[in-house]
Write a protein that binds this ligand. Structure first.
Ligand SMILES: Nc1ccn([C@@H]2O[C@H](COP(=O)(O)OP(=O)(O)OC[C@H](O)CO)[C@@H](O)[C@H]2O)c(=O)n1
Length: 474
């Protein structure tokens, strides 16, 4: 009788948690740290409740004790120890719970350095579950053990993939002919990623597609729509929501106005994005919170660019002014220098407008106040040590300045440089990851990642040429 969590259940529980937080907040005064901690408790509690067959639970209370009630109203799971919360299931990795599969497992409730181990048994599996505490032991913890690590469940996970650049054409090469491009195989590599995400023990909350979903060659073959449909069909083989970032190849295939009305505009197709989370109607940037205490910001790295703008537009003229200060080549795709940071002033790159930077600044200020953890994503990298400089955003330095003036940012993720890259900013401890591009990945390999988010870190499990990394929060 395992019932998948539904939006209705989530909303109820979320509403309940908010009420709880409000009442706690009033009692305790408005101390930010207390509020943050309460948010974290509620977040962890929510995560756990989602693991229960929520349809069988009608009431949840959590005031110095936790009571989960079944639909007949009788308490079925009860803990009277103040301020303990359910943290993870014993017995290792999270498993899909059937109504009676809670039985026989230890549930570990944690508070500070203590652990309360609850052994549960299942008395009845239908229509409601009756879970009874049969045995408890309180263990004082000193140092974490392997057992603890094995039992730790992430708060949530998400998938990342970059530069799929699918086209139904034969393999080719990059501009300098130093790297082979596998246009057809990129679809199979996306399929591999989807399979891996759908089989993972903790299903991803969402996927970040970091831009260049189809290659510009599609345009010449009049195949842009067809290629996009092919790739999006692959993404829709799983119900997980996808956040699409825009890269240069999006603009080789579609105009900005077409993109704004397309399936690549995730603000139109994702429930949790509110219109007030955006800087303006023409800029494709927004933020969302997949989990309490965590914010993700999607940036538009071609907001100032020659790509996607009408030649007659003011935006085109001002982008031309920027690039012309550094690049005098007739072909503006040809970099102005052979080395150094000025190489970035090419037509296949772009930058962030003042409007977008001001908006980001205000989003991060609010996140600082709420002590949230922020991950920023963009097609173009912004840290010179995380990429070949030819792939940097034009005004990467302004963006880095904003990140450095806020405490909430923990990670910046980008694509574009198909070789990938990584650096931890030495001033801020912010992790800058450039993900390897699918398009230049051998057909028998892979390039994607699954990120598990914990309270103090994110753990990237890489596949194929994407390597494993741990991003400790600064
Ligand atoms: N040195 C160069 C590089 C590229 N071009 C032309 O620019 C267009 C886009 O290039 P492309 O390699 O397809 O862009 P990607 O986003 O896949 O990769 C980004 C960087 O190139 C990675 O280094 C295309 O028309 C190229 O021919 C150029 O003229 N000169």
């Amino acid at each position: 009788m395992y019932t998948k969590k539904t939006k209705e259940n989530c909303v109820d529980i979320q509403q309940w948690c908010s009420c709880y937080l409000l009442s706690r907040h009033e009692c305790c005064g408005s101390h930010t740290s207390e509020n943050t901690r309460l948010n974290q408790w509620a977040a962890i509690l929510l995560q756990h409740i989602h693991a229960f067959p929520t349809s069988t639970l009608s009431t949840v209370r959590f005031s110095n004790r936790l009571i989960l009630k079944n639909e007949t109203g009788s308490g079925c799971f009860y803990c009277a120890v103040p301020r303990w919360f359910v943290c993870s299931h014993g017995g290792g990795r999270q498993r899909k719970l059937k109504a009676n599969s809670l039985a026989g497992f230890h549930h570990v409730w944690r508070w500070r350095r203590c652990r309360l181990v609850v052994n549960v048994s299942c008395l009845c599996d239908s229509p409601g579950i009756y879970v009874k505490r049969t045995h408890t032991t309180v263990i004082l913890k000193t140092t974490p053990t392997m057992d603890d690590c094995a039992q730790e469940r992430p708060l949530f996970t998400f998938g990342v993939i970059a530069d799929i650049q699918y086209a139904n054409i034969d393999d080719g090469y990059n501009y300098s002919r130093s790297r082979r491009r596998y246009y057809r195989s990129s679809l199979q590599l996306l399929r591999n990623a989807q399979e891996s995400w759908s089989e993972s023990a903790v299903k991803p909350e969402f996927i970040l597609q970091l831009g260049d979903i189809i290659d510009g060659f599609n345009k010449g073959h009049n195949a842009s729509e067809r290629a996009l449909d092919t790739v999006l069909r692959e993404f829709s083989s799983s119900p997980v929501e996808v956040h699409h970032v825009w890269g240069n190849h999006e603009f080789y295939n579609f105009s900005r106005s077409a993109l704004l009305g397309s399936k690549l505009n995730s603000t139109l197709h994702t429930d949790r994005i509110l219109s007030e989370t955006r800087p303006g109607p023409e800029i494709y940037a927004y933020h969302f919170s997949p989990f309490p205490g965590f914010t993700f910001v999607v940036l538009d790295a071609y907001d100032v660019s020659l790509l996607g703008r009408e030649e007659s537009s003011e935006q085109y003229k001002s982008a031309m002014n920027v690039i012309r200060q550094y690049n005098n080549n007739e072909d503006l795709n040809c970099p102005p220098a052979c080395e150094g940071l000025e190489q970035r002033f090419t037509m296949f790159n772009g930058g962030f407008s003042k409007e977008q930077l001001d908006w980001l600044d205000s989003v991060l200020s609010s996140a600082d106040d709420k002590r949230e953890r922020v991950t920023i994503v963009s097609h173009l990298p912004v840290h010179p040590c995380s990429t070949d400089p030819i792939c940097l955003a034009w005004n990467f330095d302004e963006l880095l300045g904003i990140i450095r003036s806020h405490s909430s940012v923990v990670c910046f993720m980008a694509g574009h440089d198909h070789d990938g890259g990584y650096v931890k900013d030495k001033d801020t401890g912010v992790h800058h990851l450039t993900l390897e591009g699918v398009i230049e990945t051998l057909p028998d390999s892979n390039a994607f990642g699954t990120v598990s988010v914990y309270e103090d870190r994110m753990v990237l499990k890489g596949s194929g040429r994407t390597r494993d990394r741990v991003f400790l929060f600064p």
